[in-house]
Design a protein around this ligand. Structure first.
Ligand SMILES: Nc1ncnc2c1ncn2[C@@H]1O[C@H](COP(=O)(O)OP(=O)(O)OP(=O)(O)O)[C@@H](O)[C@H]1O
Length: 572
């Protein structure tokens, strides 16, 4: 709530406009009621000529026009408020994610991020478009009407004053009851959207593993849970509407009885003020009641706000960069480094030296932090302790652009964009340097395969590389590294899925890449490991051993075990 208000307060001009037009609405209601009362008074009580009512009819028409215009302007101001706030929240979220897009992209579901950026921010709309303008209107209009009633007849004013708070009380009770439910509903929606996107992306894998039916049932179950929580919120909302209507009817009834006593029994009131109060009373309650419908939609925004606030406040540790250029193929060094994913997993006592133009293999049992170490070296993650040096300089002194110009990163599942093979290699759309791309294709040993394609390097690859084998995708990613003329290659070697021929082909390509470049590989294959100048054995949350293949065979039992497994099974 405070977070939502904070964003609204940044739009002071719109809020002041809302207040001014709300005061105008209050005054227009008084003028409208006064004019109606005077018309009836002139025609039925005073029995005047109809022409005597003309000035009041003019006031009545004027008041109605002003009321309609002010209400419409207030709505437009609400739309402007919500558009401005949504734009600013979206910008803040993007700005936060841009602090370290690499880190953000490797963490969490893509679907959840998309839901957060689009649907969740859209859910803020009802709070700013309906709720905030209505709160301002529902505070000012009843206040103005109450003053008018008090000035006309004090006891009627007191009845309105005593019964009116019951309406907000009902809303508060409903709000408290629905808060937890709407938070749960939103979490279910986020989970549902994320899961749906994941299922669509992984449809082929699920079908191949015969998991289609089970996933369909799970999705239906999530859908039912979302439906149930929506219905339980609606139930509370309907019950509250009944209670509020009861309060309004009783309030107007009490005012009417009191006025009747004043007019008939005590004869202390004439027709005109009595009718004026009766005309104002429903307007008074309606102005407070309108808050209700806006309040319900406002509550939905609060749950979204909580999730967005949490995301915006969540600290991220962006990798720190500086401005110094890199003039040569740099060395990389980690000194006394430590890294932690929340409380879950920790790597510590990291000490690594990677000289230029050397081959480093990162090995270790599964889940020990090999990819994490590769990501630290590549500048995807920041150390929580210690420091990284590039070319002898602290990483926070080196220019980020200079670093990313030097490196290529080949992950286990390289992403291929919609576009041609050439566009995928040069990593941008449009005209390309065909000679350089052809050279990279040949170096990545993709030439024969591309020659069989109808449009050669200009053949389109489908979204996410559909239509290409795992080995072809890997080689296309390697072609990117050749084309880029990088000096350091980070490679997360695929653990499985490549046939022996493709594997040998990849090895030859990697050997060629390594001739003039620094290559740092998460290695699973004996060939890669044996070729390395140094091997980092990641185990028990640290780099347990460093050395060549022969040295590690002598020093480490776990290494001997892993390499022994490789001889039999093909991978470590
Ligand atoms: N973004 C993340 N947030 C929290 N924990 C993570 C994250 N990424 C990885 N982990 C955890 O950190 C540990 C190390 O993961 P990492 O991928 O570096 O291991 P690995 O040795 O490369 O594994 P594998 O050989 O199976 O690829 C694992 O326990 C993993 O579950």
């Amino acid at each position: 709530m405070v977070w939502l208000q904070k964003w609204a307060m940044r739009q002071k001009g719109v809020l002041v406009g809302n207040a001014i037009f709300s005061i105008c609405i209050g005054l227009a209601i008084i003028a409208q009621s006064y004019a109606i009362v005077q018309v009836v008074n002139e025609v039925f009580i005073k029995k005047s000529a109809f022409s005597a009512t003309f000035p009041y009819i003019a006031v009545l028409i004027g008041a109605i026009i002003i009321r309609v215009i002010c209400t419409s302007v207030n709505r437009q101001l609400g739309v402007r408020l919500s558009t401005n706030v949504k734009k600013h929240v979206r910008q803040s979220l993007l700005k936060k994610w841009q602090q370290d897009p690499l880190q953000i992209s490797v963490k969490g579901q893509t679907g959840s991020k998309v839901t957060m950026l689009i649907e969740m921010i859209d859910q803020l709309e009802s709070y700013y478009r309906d709720y905030v303008p209505q709160v301002i209107q529902s505070m000012l209009v009843p206040f103005i009407l109450l003053i008018a009633v008090f000035m006309t007849h004090i006891y009627s004013g007191l009845i309105l004053l005593c019964t009116a708070p019951l309406i907000p009380v009902a809303y508060i009770i409903v709000g408290l009851q629905t808060q937890k439910k709407s938070e749960r509903q939103l979490k279910e929606l986020t989970f549902f959207s994320g899961k749906f996107l994941d299922l669509v992306q992984g449809l082929q894998t699920l079908k191949l593993f015969g998991q289609g039916k089970q996933q369909r049932e799970e999705l239906a179950e999530n859908n039912r849970a979302f439906q149930t929580s929506t219905m339980s919120i609606l139930k509370v909302a309907f019950a509250s509407t009944f209670f509020i209507e009861l309060v309004v009817t009783l309030g107007i009834g009490l005012v009417a009885i009191e006025i009747a006593y004043q007019m008939i029994t005590f004869e202390t009131m004439t027709f005109a003020p009595a009718f004026f109060i009766l005309a104002i009373a429903p307007e008074f309650y309606n102005a407070i009641k309108d808050l209700g419908s806006a309040f319900h939609s406002g509550r939905g925004s609060m749950a979204a706000a909580e999730i967005l606030e949490e995301e915006l406040e969540r600290p991220i540790e962006p990798v720190k960069w500086g401005t110094q250029p890199l003039e040569q193929q740099p060395s990389i060094e980690i000194k006394q480094g430590a890294f932690q994913y929340g409380d879950a997993f920790k790597l510590e006592q990291l000490n690594v030296k990677v000289p230029p133009n050397s081959r480093t293999a990162i090995v270790g049992p599964t889940g020990q932090g090999k990819t994490t170490l590769l990501n630290i070296l590549a500048g995807v993650y920041e150390l929580t302790e210690g420091h990284v040096k590039i070319d002898g300089k602290l990483r926070q002194e080196v220019s980020k652009d200079a670093w990313f110009e030097q490196i290529a990163y080949i992950s286990q599942h390289p992403y291929l964009f919609t576009g041609t093979i050439a566009e995928n290699i040069q990593m941008k759309k449009g005209a390309c340097d065909e000679v350089a791309i052809q050279r990279a294709i040949e170096q990545a040993q993709l030439g024969d395969w591309i020659a069989t394609l109808p449009n050669g390097m200009h053949t389109a690859v489908g979204e996410a590389g559909r239509g290409m084998s795992g080995g072809e995708k890997q080689r296309l990613a390697i072609a990117r590294a050749f084309y880029k003329q990088c000096t350091i290659v980070f490679f997360d070697e695929p653990t499985m899925g490549l046939d022996v021929q493709t594997e040998q082909l990849l090895q030859r390509v990697m050997d060629e890449l390594a001739q003039t470049r620094t290559v740092i590989t998460v290695a699973h294959r004996l060939h890669t490991i044996q070729q390395a100048d140094q091997i980092l054995l990641v185990h028990n949350g640290t780099i347990e051993q460093t050395g060549t293949h022969q040295e590690l065979l002598q020093k480490s039992a776990i290494y001997r075990e892993m390499v022994g497994g490789e001889r039999h099974e093909g991978t470590c």
